[in-house]
Each structure stands twice: as structure tokens, then as C-alpha cells.
Design a protein around this ligand. Structure first.
Ligand code: ADP
Length: 632
């Protein structure tokens, strides 16, 4: 019979599985059992609303069968089953979660990453089997189909006989080699151990018939013919979901293993939050904060949500309503007996119980993250690196409505040692007379630190927060203040770091040079709102500050957003000249002796100020010729 081909990406993955050096080949069993359990979940869920499902809760089971002569291990379930189309799409393709990058397929480490990341479930069986036969009958269908494959060169699909709905996955185990004993997967003891290790919490019984030698009735040890071979049908798993157990009974390893398996991560979570809540509605929750952002996290493909169970039965794979967007990185499970099982998903959204659970979950995540910041700073900073952006978006979105939840989770690099600091830490250590929280926005920490105004503020002994993500300044603007201290951009013209005397002195200076400054402003036209002297700058000759709500950094961010080209926003810019810098004296002298040159000086200084501030120059050619004129 002609073989059908796998889609290309599946083929590569299969090759990888077949040649895998993956050290935990045994996980294949867990994967197949999970698939079986999911298939039963689907049928059970259907039974709640569909009377044609004649099964009782107690009828569902997963069965493991070994055949030593044929060297096969079979995983059977009486779940929802698959139609021939489903066999083809589910097992002939894996390109379901976007595009994969298999460039490093020969790299050993990469094997593990891919196995972990994409939960390639079914395919992992090729690590131990050289042929797989799947016989399945979909619930409600009167025909059954057999899918069979020996690996990368394709698969066949034929009709077969099967009396009841469900699926048998038959693994034809590979021949033993020197390094690998595949035959151990025929061993009852080995299988029992694997089920205990990986699948103990599966909610349906995992049964296996096994033979053991038992003492015959009336016989004693040592008697002749004392033993007989007894076949027993055993349930191998305890069926208590992990989240129903007490936290004290679960080891970190168990949590991590559960998380990895359930949520396809290859790393342990940075934080596990397991709790039982008995407030407005009673529920168990087991939540995980991943260590790294999934590859699609900051794209629109990423779907947030927690798995929702009702009394141990999964009713929704990703219940988005349980998580606010700013905690969308959290994975996990919520199990509540209070949810009515047969309400539709649309109704569920409006369910009061669900809302109460979501609120409690949000609160818990917040407190636990805040605790983590205190108790394990290294872990928290790792978390921050992965998901800080999302939290900052949360602060900014909905007009800053969530600031109470989020403001104490934020970190920024600060001028003090260039380390990450929380707002609480910043205000706790700032001087009493400091009434504001200063920040500098630029593309990088180094650039923010090099801004002339940053230097001016730190020289006064104030700490400056360095904002480097596009969202940062918008987030702080949404917060407005923290602990009664207003946030101000060091480039804002109302910075107010000078003493009264200094203010008086510069005011006089500006008044005295009114004509010069007006001439400079005129030369620059609409580019600036005004030109003035300042006495806060240290070494730099000039800088730009902004008047009003929009900073130059915000201008930059807004104008690079899609669609911004048609309607550019503009910050109100002030060109500030260091009154103590020799250039100030030079300008004053020029204004007396050679007024015409002042305009050119103004243009050059303005261009310099833009460069220092990390902005682009509108007319580089003009600048170049102006500078050359000065040089020759
Ligand atoms: P995943 O479980 O991550 O979706 P798998 O490769 O393990 O990936 O399985 C692919 C799909 O095949 C499953 O999503 C499911 O729809 C289907 N499937 C696998 N095993 C079974 C089974 N025993 N019964 C019904 N459907 C199954």
C-alpha cells in the first residue's frame, strides 16, 4: 500500500526522535498516558451534556498491556477516539503551534529543548519503538481506523475492527542494544515505577494485568509446588491530583516535574504557588511562574489562561478569564467544586464564582511575587527579566487602574550602583528633602547615565532611575507618584533641583541676555519652544529639556509606532545652554560683535544637544556645512 508522507516539519521531528540521545526516553509512557487521559476527559465532558454517551464515571480507564513474545507495549483508553481525518491531522502533522526551528537538530542539547518546549507527546514514542500502530474509533462513529508508521518515511491509514470507542496505541519496541534495554518496557515492575513516577495523579485508573508467584492455599514456604502463577488486575496510580494533595506532602521535584510535563517547559518554574481558598468560593489552585518567557510570549499568538477543573475533571484548557493580562505569564490549574459543570463557556465568563476565583488568584499572585522579591532577589530579577515588560504594560494599560496591584513589583536600574531597585527601596533610601523621584529615559542604561541632566541630578546627590524600555516612561506617567513623590524626567524643565539662590542667579542671567536668547530662538524656528541659560549642567555645553506632558523620549516612542507617520507628535523642546561653559561667554560676545553668526551657532548647538540626547538630526547636511564654515 502506498505510504502517506508526513508534513516536512513532522518528518524532521520524527528523525530527531528516532535518533534521539534524549536521556529520559522513558517519558514516552507519560506522554501516551496523558493523551489517553485527555481523550477520556473529552468524552466525560461530553457525557455531561450528551445523553448518547452511555458511560459512567467509573467505567473510564487506561489499560497497559505487554506482550513479551511480540515485544509490544500497548496503551489503551476508552476515551473520545479519533476519526480517520483526526488520525491524519493529529498524528501526521505537528505544525500546530506555529513554526519550528530545527536548525540545530544535530545539537544534543537542542533535542531536550524541543522535546520539552513543544510537548511533542505522541512522537516521543518513536524513541523506544520502531513501529507504532494506532487503532482508534471515534465516539459516535461506526468505523474504526488504523494508523501505522515506522518513522520518517510515512504512515498508512486503513480501516480496521474495533468494537468500542477509544484508542489503542501499540508500540513495537526496538531491539535491545548495548546501551539501551528497550525490553525493560515489557517488565511489569518497570512500568509500575514509571506510572508512579510520572502519572500517579492521572484521574482515571491506569490498569495493568500482571502475573506474580503466590503461595497456594494450604501450602507453606519450602513445600513442593507451593507457588502458583496468579494474574492480577492492578490499578497502578493513586488518582489523587497533585493539586489536591497538601503542599507539605509534595516535594519541589514533584512540583517541577508536574509543571514541566503539564506545561511543556524544560525548566523548573521560578515560583510555585499552591493554595486552597475557602473565601467566597472554594477552590484549589496550583500556579507556576515560568523561568523564561515562551518563544511566542510577546506575540499575539500567545494565549493566556489557566486550566480549569471542576472536581478533578478538566472543563477548560485555557480559561483566560482567570488571569489578568499583566499576569498572563502564569501557568497553572484551578479546581473548584463550586462551578456548575454543564454551563456553556460563554456563560462561564459571566459566572460569579469564576470572577471571585479570578480575584483571589490575582491577589495571591501579587503577594507571592512581592514575597519572592524580598526572599530571593536573584530569582525575582530573573523573573523580572522575563516578564517585567508585561508588568509595566499592566501599569500603563487601563489608565493606570492596576497601579495598586503592580507598583510594588516594578524594578528599574538606578544610578546607585546601576543595580535594579524597587520603588519602595528607592523612596526608603532617598533623602528627606527629596520630594520627587527622578528618572532618565534613553535606549540603554549607559546612554541614560550619560545624559547631561542625569549628571546634574546625581551631582546633587539624588538617585536617578534609568528607563530603557519604550513602555517605561508611559508606565511611570500612569503611576504619577509613589509614596507621595511625583515622578519627573530629569529632562523636564520644571526639574527644580537648584537652590533658591541658584534660581535667582539664573533668572537674572536669562533676563540680561533676553535679546541674545530671542535671536537664537528665532534662528531655530519651530524646532524649539525657547532657548535659555541653565546653571545645573556640569561639563556639557548644552542639553534639551521638555516643557509640558511629552518628553523627547516619549516623542520618539510614539512616532515610531505603526501609523504614526501621518500624524507626528512633537515634544515642546527647550534648548538649555550651560551658563558656566565658555560657549556662553562666546555667544554673548558674538552677539555684540558679529550678530549674524549667532544664528549659525544656535543651529550647531541645537544639533549637538539633539545628539547628546540620543535624538536624530533633522538636517545633517546643513550641520556639516555649518561646522566646516567654522573650521576653515
Ligand atoms: P499534544 O498531546 O501535545 O496535543 P500529541 O502529539 O501527543 O500532542 O497528540 C496530538 C493529538 O493527537 C492530540 O492533541 C489529540 O488530539 C490526539 N491524540 C493523541 N492521542 C490520543 C488518544 N489516545 N485519543 C484521542 N486523541 C489522541
Amino acid at each position: 500500500m502506498e505510504k502517506k508522507q508526513f508534513v516536512t516539519e513532522s518528518k524532521k521531528l520524527l528523525d530527531m526522535m528516532i535518533n534521539s540521545i534524549y536521556t529520559h526516553k522513558e517519558i514516552f509512557l507519560r506522554e501516551l498516558i496523558s493523551n489517553a487521559s485527555d481523550a477520556i476527559d473529552k468524552l466525560y465532558y461530553r457525557s455531561l451534556t450528551d445523553e448518547s454517551v452511555k458511560m459512567n464515571r467509573g467505567d473510564y480507564l487506561i489499560r497497559l498491556t505487554t506482550d513479551k513474545d511480540a515485544s509490544t507495549l500497548t496503551v489503551s483508553d476508552n476515551g473520545i477516539g479519533m476519526t480517520s481525518e483526526q488520525l491524519e491531522t493529529n498524528l501526521g502533522t505537528i505544525a500546530k503551534s506555529g513554526s519550528y526551528d530545527f536548525k540545530n537538530e544535530n545539537d544534543k542539547k537542542e533535542d531536550i529543548d524541543i522535546i520539552g518546549q513543544f510537548g511533542v507527546g505522541f512522537y516521543s514514542a518513536f524513541m523506544v519503538a520502531d513501529k507504532i500502530t494506532v487503532r482508534s474509533r471515534a465516539f459516535g462513529s461506526d468505523e474504526a481506523w488504523q494508523w501505522e508508521s515506522e518513522g520518517a518515511d510515512g504512515y498508512t491509514l486503513t480501516k480496521c475492527d474495533k468494537d468500542t470507542a477509544g484508542t489503542d496505541v501499540i508500540l513495537h519496541l526496538r531491539a535491545d542494544t548495548e546501551d539501551e534495554k528497550y525490553s525493560e518496557y515489557l517488565d511489569a515492575w518497570k512500568i509500575k515505577n514509571l506510572v508512579k513516577k510520572y502519572s500517579d495523579y492521572i484521574r482515571y485508573p491506569i490498569k495493568m494485568e500482571s502475573e506474580s508467584q503466590e503461595l497456594k492455599e494450604g501450602k507453606k514456604y519450602g513445600d513442593e509446588d507451593a507457588f502458583e502463577t496468579v494474574t492480577k488486575d492492578e490499578t497502578l496510580n493513586s488518582m489523587v491530583p497533585l493539586w489536591k494533595k497538601k503542599a507539605s506532602e509534595i516535594t519541589d521535584e514533584q512540583y517541577a516535574a508536574f509543571y514541566r510535563e503539564k506545561f511543556y517547559d524544560f525548566e523548573a518554574p521560578v515560583k510555585t504557588i499552591h493554595f486552597h481558598s475557602e473565601g467566597l468560593s472554594e477552590f484549589d489552585a496550583m500556579l507556576f511562574v515560568p523561568k523564561k518567557a515562551p518563544f511566542d510570549y510577546y506575540t499575539k499568538d500567545y494565549e493566556k489562561g489557566l486550566q480549569l477543573y471542576s472536581s478533578g475533571v478538566m472543563i477548560m484548557e485555557k480559561c483566560a478569564d482567570l488571569l489578568p493580562d499583566y499576569f498572563s505569564f502564569v501557568r497553572g490549574i484551578v479546581d473548584s467544586a463550586d462551578l456548575s459543570l454543564n454551563i456553556s463557556r460563554e456563560m462561564l465568563q459571566h459566572d460569579r464564582q469564576l470572577k471571585a476565583i479570578a480575584k483571589a488568584v490575582e491577589k495571591k499572585i501579587k503577594t507571592e511575587l512581592a514575597k519572592l522579591m524580598e526572599s530571593d532577589r536573584v530569582a525575582y530579577e530573573e523573573f523580572w527579566k522575563a516578564f517585567g515588560m508585561q508588568i509595566k504594560f499592566g501599569v500603563y494599560s487601563d489608565y493606570g487602574m492596576h497601579k495598586d496591584v503592580l507598583q510594588d513589583l516594578i524594578l528599574f536600574t538606578s544610578s546607585a550602583e546601576k543595580k535594579l531597585v524597587s520603588l519602595k527601596e528607592y523612596t526608603a533610601r532617598c533623602k528627606e528633602e527629596q520630594k520627587k523621584i527622578y528618572y532618565a529615559a534613553a535606549e540603554t542604561v549607559d546612554k541614560a547615565a550619560m545624559l547631561p541632566q542625569t549628571e546634574a541630578v546625581t551631582a546633587k546627590g539624588f538617585e536617578v532611575l534609568y528607563l530603557t524600555d519604550d513602555i517605561d516612561e508611559f508606565a511611570l506617567r500612569s503611576l504619577k507618584e509613589y509614596d507621595g513623590k511625583e515622578f519627573v524626567n530629569v529632562c523636564a524643565e520644571n526639574l527644580d533641583i537648584a537652590t533658591e539662590e541658584e534660581k535667582e542667579a539664573i533668572k537674572k542671567e536669562n533676563e540680561d541676555s533676553g535679546d541674545l536668547l530671542t535671536a537664537m530662538k528665532e534662528a531655530l524656528g519651530d524646532a524649539v519652544a525657547s532657548v535659555r541659560f541653565t546653571n545645573t549642567l556640569k561639563q556639557h555645553p548644552v542639553c534639551l529639556s521638555s516643557e509640558g506632558a511629552l518628553s523627547t523620549e516619549m516623542e520618539k516612542v510614539l512616532n515610531k509606532m505603526p501609523g504614526a507617520q501621518d500624524e507626528n507628535v512633537k515634544a515642546q523642546i527647550v534648548l538649555e545652554i550651560n551658563a558656566e561653559h565658555p560657549i556662553a561667554a562666546k555667544l554673548k560676545a558674538l552677539y555684540e560683535t558679529d550678530k549674524d553668526k549667532v544664528a549659525n551657532y544656535a543651529k550647531i548647538l541645537y544639533a549637538q544637544a539633539r545628539l547628546i540626547g540620543g535624538l536624530t538630526i533633522e538636517n545633517p547636511a546643513e550641520l556639516s556645512s555649518l561646522v566646516c564654515d567654522l573650521m576653515i
